[in-house]
Design a binder for this molecule. Structure first.
Ligand code: KG4
Ligand code: ZN
Length: 339
């Protein structure tokens, strides 16, 4: 049995999982309410909220699982990538628990864990595969030879897909977090109403993505290229829906094009998709069409496993089995390590 901790961004989470991947207890404390008024995650606020919540969240996960800390065999923690202050809280909590109990410490790569959510939901091996992670902080493609052997293929060179959803939602005056709000508004919209750019299209950008241009294009569509007095109050609900649908389609088109390219290049015949944006209905639909057309096996994390949680930290079992246990000087690594 492992206790896994997750505090990479703005969710404080803990879970107890068995080695046959049964989830005994899982708790996710969201900070959406704290960041809403800023329309984005404020790192300092996130770190301080983690600090207040981490111990109660761990207690609650153990209580739900009906186990005591002594029953746990190892403590796992996501130590990369993420916000520096946020990562530190989970990491220091995990180290303290290891020091107090003598249990081994296992490091979890948060992006690899997002792909492992697919393995858990599938209930069977999904490797080797192409892994697409689409979250608020990252948009990355990997060739995943196994659960402990990930090769970075490409990723965003500027904004992450989820970040673009959040920022465009804010421009349109929609609720935070922006992904679900855009998706909902887009249901009533015409995705061909506006022609937004699909950056790095074709094979020119390799397997990299860029979403800052589409974000700017939406801004110009709302108000023209003026710097000051930016507002969307003059838009009708139908215009908002059309902008949301056209933006969403541009992002989804880019994600699908690069994922197709990654599948062609690696010749993998399985695709696993995780991260918050993988909850997007239109993306899920287009991924299903891609899988059908390419005759590949598709695993998308179930919606509650797309956004950040500690359950997917069960990837730690794979590292434990490979003998990869950490010393207590393990560091938090905020930036993306390309592996
Ligand atoms: O994976 P996640 O919980 O956190 C990070 O690791 O970043 O992803 C959060 C992101 C946010 O940007 C949120 O707007 C986006 O996922 N998201 C969505 C949807 N649900 C959440 N984006 C598009 N459509 C959705 N339905
Ligand atoms: Zn995440």
């Amino acid at each position: 049995m492992i206790l896994t901790l997750e505090s990479t961004c703005d969710e404080t989470a803990a879970a107890v999982v068995t080695d046959d991947l049964q989830v005994l207890g899982s708790v996710v404390a969201s900070q959406d309410d704290l960041h809403r008024r800023f329309s984005g995650v404020v790192p300092e606020i996130a770190a301080r909220a983690h600090l207040e919540r981490i111990v109660p969240v761990i207690d609650e996960a153990l209580r739900k699982a009906h186990v005591k800390l002594e029953d746990i065999d190892a403590i796992a923690v996501a130590n990369t990538p993420g916000l520096a202050g946020s990562l530190l809280v989970g990491l220091v909590a995990a180290k303290a628990l290891c020091l107090a109990t003598g249990k081994p410490l296992v490091a979890v790569n948060h992006l690899h864990a997002h792909i492992y959510a697919c393995r858990m939901a599938a209930g069977k091996n999904v490797f080797p595969c192409v892994g697409l992670i689409v979250s608020g902080g990252h948009t990355s493609l990997y060739h995943c030879a196994s659960a402990t052997d990930f090769h970075y293929l490409g990723g965003t060179i500027d904004d992450a897909a989820g970040e673009a959803f959040d920022k465009v939602a804010s421009m349109l005056g929609l609720a935070y977090p922006g992904g679900p709000a855009i998706s909902q508004a887009a249901e009533q919209g015409n995705s061909r109403a506006f022609q937004f750019p699909r950056a790095l299209g074709g094979e020119s950008g390799g397997l990299n993505f860029s979403f800052s241009g589409v974000k700017t294009a939406v801004r110009y569509a709302i108000c023209g290229p003026q710097q000051a007095n930016f507002t969307a109050v003059h838009l009708t609900p139908q215009q908002i829906a059309d902008l949301a649908a056209s933006f969403q389609e541009a992002v989804v088109d880019s994600l699908i094009a690069k994922t197709r390219l990654a599948l062609e290049q690696t010749m993998d015949n399985t695709l696993c998709v995780g991260g918050g944006v993988a909850a997007n209905r239109r993306l899920r639909q287009r991924l299903a069409e891609l899988a059908e057309a390419m005759k590949i096996e598709l695993h998308i994390a179930p919606p509650d496993m797309c956004t950040d949680n500690a359950v997917m930290g069960a990837i730690a079992f794979e590292r434990l089995l490979a003998g990869r246990v950490e010393c207590l000087d393990l560091e938090a690594v905020p930036g993306l390590v390309r592996q």
